[in-house]
Design a protein. Structure first.
Length: 48
């Protein structure tokens, strides 16, 4: 983790790891918002 809370979720496809920049337009996000957005992003990735 760092001071930019928007990238505190680590994603993996098995071979690669990356940190998506979630909700970058919000100046402050809560942990609950980050988890909800991470789940939405996960669903998006799994639908492709």
């Amino acid at each position: 983790m760092n001071n930019w809370w928007h990238d505190d979720v680590l994603c993996s496809n098995g071979a690669e790891h990356f940190r998506p920049d979630l909700l970058p337009d919000d100046s402050f996000i809560t942990e609950a918002e980050m988890v909800a957005e991470a789940r939405r992003y996960e669903a998006y990735l799994n639908s492709q």
